[in-house]
Design a protein. Structure first.
Ligand code: HEC
Length: 183
C-alpha cells in the first residue's frame, strides 16, 4: 500500500509538471533574463521541467529560421516570437526546430492562460470595439491579421507599445495560431 501511494504521488507530481504553463509579465510584454542573455514574452507557452525554491526551469519548443539562430518562434511561419537570445547555442536546433531551456522566477510563470495574455486581450477588447463588435480573432490567419491590423491601428489610435501587445495577442489566437480563446 505504501509503495502504491508513493507511486501515485510520483505520478501526480509528474502530471503536474507536464501541465502547460505560460510566461507571465505583469506589466509589459518582455521578460529579460539577465544572467541568461535571453528575452521571453508574456504568454509564451512553456513546459515546467523542475522547480527549486523561487526558480523554475522551463522548456520552450518552436521553430527557427535558417538565417537567424538567435530567435525562437512559435510556428513554422515564424510570425510569433517566443524568445530572443544573445548567444548562439542557447537554442538547441535540429533542422528547423528549436528548443530552449531557461530558468525563470516563479512569479513569472502562471497556469492561467487568460492571465498571461490579459494585457493584449484587454487592449483588443477595449480599443477594437469602439466602432464595431469585437471581431473573432480565430476567424483570421496570422497573415490576415497583419494586414487587417495594419489598417485598423490608425483607427484605434493606439501607441506602438499597445500595438505590439495587441498584435501578439491576435497572432497567438489566430486561426493558425497556437492557442484557442475558449481553452
Ligand atoms: C474608428 C473606428 C474603428 C476602430 C477603432 C476599429 N475599427 Fe475595425 N473596422 C472599422 C470599419 C468602419 C470597418 C468596416 C466595416 C466592418 O467590417 O465592420 C472595420 C472592419 C474591421 C475588420 C473586418 C475587415 C474585413 O475585411 O473583414 C476587422 C477584422 C477589424 N475591423 C479589426 C479591428 C481591430 C483589430 C481594431 C483595433 C486595433 C479595430 N478594428 C478598430 C472601424 C474601426
Amino acid at each position: 500500500m505504501k509503495l502504491f501511494i508513493t507511486a501515485l504521488t510520483a505520478c501526480l507530481f509528474m502530471v503536474s509538471l507536464q501541465a502547460k504553463s505560460y510566461i507571465y509579465v505583469e506589466k509589459g510584454i518582455k521578460l529579460p533574463l539577465k544572467n541568461q542573455k535571453t528575452i521571453l514574452y508574456s504568454g509564451d507557452p512553456v513546459k515546467v521541467i523542475s522547480k527549486k525554491g523561487d526558480v523554475v526551469k522551463v522548456k520552450l519548443s518552436g521553430y527557427v529560421s535558417k538565417d537567424d539562430k538567435l530567435k525562437l518562434f512559435a510556428t513554422k511561419n515564424l510570425k510569433l516570437l517566443l524568445a530572443t537570445t544573445k548567444k548562439i547555442g542557447l537554442i538547441k536546433i535540429v533542422k528547423n526546430r528549436g528548443v530552449l531551456e531557461v530558468e525563470v522566477q516563479k512569479k513569472s510563470i502562471t497556469d492561467d492562460m487568460d492571465e498571461a495574455w490579459e494585457e493584449g486581450s484587454d487592449l483588443f477588447y477595449d480599443r477594437c470595439t469602439k466602432c464595431h463588435h469585437a471581431k473573432i480573432v480565430e476567424h483570421h490567419s496570422m497573415q490576415d491579421w497583419n494586414a487587417l491590423f495594419g489598417s485598423m491601428k490608425y483607427k484605434a489610435k493606439t501607441t506602438k507599445k499597445q500595438n505590439a501587445k495587441i498584435l501578439r495577442f491576435l497572432r497567438a489566437f489566430a486561426k493558425d495560431g497556437i492557442l484557442k480563446e475558449s481553452d
